[in-house]
Design a binder for this molecule. Sequence first.
Ligand code: ADP
Ligand code: MN
Ligand code: MN
Ligand code: MN
Length: 337
Amino acid sequence: MSYKAEYIWIDGTEPTAKLRSKTRVLKDGAELPTWGFDGSSTNQAGGHSSDRVLKPVFTCPDPIRGGDNVLVLCEVLNPDMSPHSSNTRALLTEVAERFADQESWFGIEQEYTFFQDGRPLGFPIGGFPAPQGGYYCGVGADEVFGRDVVEKHLDLCLAAGLEISGINAEVMPGQWEFQVGPLGPVEAGDHMWIARWLLYRVAEDFGIAATLDAKPVKGDWNGAGAHTNFSTKAMRESYEPIITACEALAEKAMEHVQNYGHGIEDRLTGHHETAPWNKFSYGVSDRGASVRIPWQVEIERKGYIEDRRPNANVDPYVVTRLMVDTCCSALEKAGQV
Ligand code: ADP
Ligand code: MN
Ligand code: MN
Ligand code: MN
């Protein structure tokens, strides 16, 4: 007998990478081999030397095909087995190993928007729905659009064994969120990329497209973010390291914002529960700050912080690398590990 392995990888599309996948049929018991693809069709190679290598790095059950079939997340390598320049996971694993002793955890809130017939699901033809207000965590056919897809996606993530911690309807019609984590920096990225692939894949069966566009509708409509909740062992035990992490993020504010996803200036305007992209701030319970310290964290004097800046279209491997690098090195320097 044979089984099907869906090899999934992140391409080189600019400014925001896309997911690609193809199927390999394998004999039962056969190990997952490295594989190849045409990098000239994914902006990862020129036409004259187009072969790129797929190296399996994370595998889970394929909840769509079922049976013994699997999903296989891959890193992209050059033919000499060095990481391809688009391979942000390889950069992350290096940093994650360097600070592994600090035991970083991430919980990422992935917001996204469904589109059908060129407009957000729930938007009437040629116009706009009622203004924002009733849609967030709403119920009823006049408030909520696409719940059958969202429920199916959650079930698929759970069947795949992904660490998904919740879902909710968002502020704009057709806009939703799922949360992944808490997980280590590499695992959070792996689970997020597979959860994104499952989202696109299941929506396809409903004739709906999911987009991670950070500002899918201009004007008085919320953008889509990927709030990133972060803690280290020291932060989970006391309050001082939480402030150290916030201050470290303040010092590197621009480096982070520039790598938090395409179109971030359009989303972080200072309106719609955001802080302006060029003005860093942190505060307790403050949804208008760049970084929020949840209220119970201040009361309990320990816990985690929420970086509210990353766009929905951010590369999770980039955001976890930057946060570990910035915060863990500051904690180390302060002797707070
Ligand atoms: P919000 O109130 O901002 O909407 P959510 O409930 O959507 O928050 O998401 C919070 C996320 O933070 C979840 O994914 C959760 O697993 C994660 N989380 C909780 N505790 C920690 C922690 N100590 N470190 C990192 N992430 C955490
Ligand atoms: Mn949330
Ligand atoms: Mn949200
Ligand atoms: Mn949040």
